[in-house]
Design a protein around this ligand. Structure first.
Ligand SMILES: C[S@@+](CC[C@H](N)C(=O)[O-])C[C@H]1O[C@@H](n2cnc3c(N)ncnc32)[C@H](O)[C@@H]1O
Length: 263
């Protein structure tokens, strides 16, 4: 039952803009004001919609993604702003020497929204971000914790049964077997297997932040992820403080977390 936004880049773009304006930007601004001239990088920007509210505030924005097609869409959606030099979209790996050469210590804010759970070797990736950040800069992370009911990104499945909660935490071979049995395509099985490999819980994330020499400056856990408004018509809801304070168990009933971290 893949959702509409999985097949329509314009719908994805519009949802990114709205969600960013209502939730991502206000959360970041609780600890880091966005002003004309603030340098903002989004890693894994997709169609680039998350950056729109930042650009509207006069920030200088750069989006990078490893998916060339999505970067082409972004460049197309923002033709005028790209031409005016307000925003730049790059099909690039942030580890590339020329990227680091251009942007060493350059960014005030780095955004990773629904991206960290797709990135291999997060223990190497997160400390690397410090190279791109100004000394007083901050990094935003928003992601669905692995143990939440749909933490395997089951919504990508075509078959109704693929949407079942929690079966993604089965051992990988069993999980892949089930996905094959319900007829999921090789592409979906590959993508879901990659997320199984990179799975990230709240505890593992916080450990990586600490071991990278970064400090949490703000966090918000959600019972209902703000993006579920678009995906399933559900109203966003913050997690209860008492639940957020229970290590491990909180993962099972927390569909999204927002963090900003700094040096
Ligand atoms: C779920 S999408 C999120 C897109 C957008 N940030 C949003 O919130 O809608 C994840 C994106 O991260 C990109 N991605 C995954 N690994 C990446 C990496 N190492 N560097 C840059 N982009 C990456 C994928 O190509 C994909 O476009």
């Amino acid at each position: 039952m893949a959702l509409k936004q999985h097949k329509d880049e314009r719908v994805r773009y519009e949802q990114q803009v709205d969600n960013s304006r209502q939730y991502v930007l206000p959360f970041i601004e609780e600890t880091h004001p966005i002003k004309p001239g603030t340098n903002v990088l989004e890693i894994g920007c997709g169609e680039g919609g998350v950056l729109v509210p930042f650009m509207d505030k006069g920030a200088h924005c750069v989006g990078v993604d490893l998916n060339e097609l999505r970067i082409d869409y972004a460049n197309n959606f923002y033709k005028n702003e790209v031409a005016a030099g307000k925003i730049k979209f790059l099909y690039k790996n942030v580890y590339d020497a020329d990227f680091l050469g251009m942007y060493k210590g350059f960014f005030d804010v780095i955004i990773l929204k629904d991206v960290i759970e797709h990135i291999p070797e997060q223990e190497k990736f997160v400390p690397y971000l410090k190279n791109l950040l100004k000394p007083d800069g901050q990094v935003f992370f928003g992601f669905p914790p692995w143990y939440m009911p749909f933490g395997g990104h089951q919504q990508l499945c075509e078959h109704k049964l693929g949407m079942m909660p929690w079966y993604h935490i089965l051992p990988k071979s069993l999980y892949r077997g089930l996905l094959k049995m319900i007829g999921e395509s090789d592409g979906v099985i590959r993508e879901l297997s990659e997320i199984h490999d990179t799975r990230i819980s709240i505890e593992r994330f916080e450990r990586i932040i600490k071991s990278s020499g970064l400090k949490t400056v703000n966090k918000q856990h959600y019972l209902i992820n703000p993006i579920y408004k678009y995906k399933f018509g559900l109203q966003p809801r913050k997690q209860l403080g008492i639940i957020s304070a229970i290590p491990f168990l909180r993962n099972f009933v927390t569909t999204c977390v927002y963090y900003t971290v700094g040096m």
